[in-house]
Design a protein around this ligand. Structure first.
Ligand SMILES: [Zn+2]
Length: 323
């Protein structure tokens, strides 16, 4: 590596400063012409820094580096995914918040629903009928509250249940929740087939029970579509996953062709738990289909109204979260 004349002079001055042999003029010359950005920022010369100062210097140098990672521009870490911090005199690397967001997003883009996430949004849900408008309002309100962990969208297919479920899911991911979208049809078949594979089954069930946000599409789906009932095995699996999630208050979005009334008839304990943890039909247990058409806007104040008033995500609504 060939140094320029200026660089050579800078190095010579640095060497003199480091060994305490620089004159006042030489020190001034170094400050004016050769000091690094970090030295200027810290208001101290590298050659005169204590060990602790030097850790600060290294952290500053790290934090000034940029990286070309995708997932938006983060001014905090300049898109590196980490920042350097000095704690008790030692520099450490700390994972940046944006890296968690990047991981959350990766979970979504790797799912089978990735292509739907950007197209099924709150803003393009058709509100041509009063019940659709009211349903949209309720689903949005669910994303703004914490008291009731379950959103149950039950009823006929082709009514926009999955659309709203995905929109709600994505809204929560944008607010920092780590989440997974699954199709009951595929996931339950997979789990039932590989039930005896201890390492596989156990790991998968644990993930479904503990991930902070889970969307289950077509819950308890049956091949004959309404003409046959879920098997005992299906119900056992459903209870295992939902019991764990509800006990821990983890956000769960469910779409199903069964209305909550039908589900209650099939399995009263499971139906009851879902009804209770979604706040019932006044709140986030939403019915689609036949009963939707004669939906009457009820005047009883519900948690839906409260959630609309006090949104912890208000500040996010104007930005990227408003999709
Ligand atoms: Zn960052």
């Amino acid at each position: 590596m060939e140094f320029t004349k200026k660089e050579k002079r800078g190095l010579a001055l640095f060497d003199l400063l480091l060994h305490g042999r620089a004159s006042a003029e030489e020190r001034t010359e170094y400050i004016n012409l050769h000091a690094t950005y970090e030295e200027k920022r810290m208001g101290k010369l590298l050659s005169e820094m204590s060990a602790e100062d030097f850790e600060e210097y290294k952290a500053l140098e790290e934090n000034l580096k940029r990286a070309d990672r995708d997932g938006g521009y983060c001014p905090l870490c300049r898109n590196k995914g980490y920042t350097a911090q000095v704690e008790e005199g030692r520099m450490r690397f700390v994972t940046c918040e944006c890296e968690k967001r990047r991981e959350n997003m990766a979970l979504v883009t790797e799912s089978d629903y990735a292509h739907l996430v950007t197209t099924k949004r709150f803003d393009n849900f058709e509100v041509d009928k009063p019940w659709r408008k009211e349903t949209l309002r309720r689903v949005k309100a669910w994303t703004n509250q914490r008291a009731l962990p379950v959103l149950y969208l039950g009823g006929k297919s082709g009514t926009g249940k999955t659309h709203l479920a995905i929109a709600a899911f994505y809204q929560l991911v944008l607010c920092g929740n780590r989440g997974k979208l699954i199709s009951w049809r595929d996931e339950s078949r997979d789990l039932k087939f590989r039930m005896t594979e201890y390492g596989y089954y156990d790991k998968k069930i644990r993930e479904l029970k503990t991930i902070p946000l889970l969307m289950i599409d077509d819950f308890l789906w049956q091949p004959t579509n309404g003409n046959s009932l879920p098997t005992d095995e299906d119900l056992r699996l459903a209870k295992e996953i939902l019991d764990g999630r509800i006990n821990m208050g983890l956000k769960t979005i469910i779409t199903s062709n069964y209305s909550i009334g039908e589900l209650n008839k099939i399995e009263v304990v499971l139906g009851g738990r879902i009804y209770q943890s979604s706040g019932g039909s006044e709140n986030y247990c939403v019915s689609f289909g036949a009963t939707c058409e004669n939906y009457r806007a009820k005047k009883i104040p519900s948690l839906v109204d409260l959630a609309e008033q006090e949104s912890p995500f208000d500040e996010l609504k104007g930005g990227a979260a408003h999709v």
